[in-house]
Ligand binder design. Structure first.
Ligand code: UT7
Length: 326
């Protein structure tokens, strides 16, 4: 059976740009604070018709085009998201219908910012176990709907967008070599959107009002992120038989330039081999890695045969990484 790799990439970003200077008018913050503490200069904000589903569908169409793949070749559709259009049905089912894809398994994965690489691992296992050929894995988020726009500690961090990849057969010596996934529920309270509480009576609107925005202990998540990005990358490299010198491009979850800098320094990788676009899009959760991946391909920072690490961390707390030859 042929190896499975990434054969196409696509992304969709809303047109509306919200700059740090725009945020200065909303909350007590400054371009200087946001830039030095996070590296973010601006982020995209979805209009009301730019739903998670719509952005997922558009990114998927672009990914399929770049993979020269027709929707009827798909065996599986996964959408990684923390901002689905509905609690159910899955956003992935809207994607299946809009693409007129065959009636294949389609489901959402909710693992916070870590979800996209989890999606790659699930799709890779599915194709390998079932002899399938092609899968669509999408990360799509409208975090602007979950942000408390009066909380300066979180509202400056997040943005909206979507990215998609098509997995399919690749020739020998290319494709996925290793995955490293994990979670540690002891850190669950550090990053949450409680929304529907199964411990609450039905339709407890008062509790919904209080709980439907992002709550985060930034300092603790920061420490966790730096540690786990290094450790998970090392495990993925080790399983692939690589050392840091073998890596042509590291594409980390785009949350904060200081997290990326610290993790990369611990790994001993030069920043020239690290993809960064957090300055333009902020943290788009499960969409950040496929958006960065598409940009890396478009700007020719990533070419066929390059050795790539994707690494993410997020709510759960959770982490994921993989090594692949592009
Ligand atoms: O995908 C996973 C999602 N989460 C993350 O990746 C978050 C990881 N954590 C972080 O990125 C950083 O912890 C933050 C960017 C959230 C915060 O940066 P920090 O350097 O850890 O700042 P801090 O929370 O220690 O706050 C320092 C000061 C505080 O003021 P005092 O108490 O020292 O007077 C904050 O109130 O900065 C203040 N502050 C702000 N000031 C201006 C917090 N947010 C802002 C703001 N503008 N937006």
């Amino acid at each position: 059976m042929a190896a499975i790799g990434i054969i196409g990439v696509g992304s969709y970003l809303p047109e509306k740009v919200l700059t740090n200077h725009d945020l200065e008018k909303l909350v007590d913050t400054s371009d200087e604070w946001i830039t030095t503490r996070t590296g973010i200069k601006e982020r995209r904000i979805a209009s009301l018709n730019e739903t998670t589903g719509l952005m997922a569908i558009e990114a998927a169409r672009r990914g399929l085009e770049s993979a020269q793949t027709k929707p009827d070749e798909l065996d599986l559709i996964i959408v990684a998201t923390v901002t689905p259009d509905n609690f159910f049905p899955a956003t992935a089912c809207h994607v299946q219908e809009a693409l007129r894809a065959p009636k294949v398994p389609a489901f959402d994965l909710l693992v916070g910012c870590t979800g996209f690489v989890y999606g790659l691992a699930v799709a890779h296992s599915f194709l390998t176990a079932n002899g399938g050929r092609k899968a669509l894995v999408i990360g799509s988020e409208v975090l602007s709907r979950l942000v408390n726009w009066s909380d300066r500690k979180t509202c400056v961090l997040f943005g909206d967008g979507a990215g998609a990849v098509v997995l399919g057969p690749v020739e020998d010596r290319r494709g996925f070599l290793s995955f490293d996934l994990g979670s540690d529920g002891s850190g669950a309270p550090l990053l949450t959107v409680e929304a529907i509480l199964s411990s609450q009576p039905p339709l407890s609107l008062s509790s919904l009002g209080r709980c439907h925005t992002i709550s985060m202990n930034g300092n603790e998540v920061f420490r966790f992120a730096v540690r786990v990005m290094e450790e998970s990358t090392r495990r993925a490299m080790e399983k692939a038989g690589w050392t840091p010198e073998d890596v042509d491009l590291l594409i980390p979850h785009q949350a904060n330039i200081r997290i990326i800098d610290s993790a990369v320094r611990r790994l001993g990788l030069p920043m020239e081999r690290v993809m960064v676009n957090v300055d333009r899009y902020g943290n788009t959760s499960a969409a950040s890695i496929p958006i960065a991946l598409e940009e890396a391909v478009r700007k020719k920072r990533l070419k066929k045969g390059d050795r790539v690490i994707l690494v993410a961390f997020g709510a759960g707390l959770s982490w994921s990484s993989c090594a692949l030859t592009f």
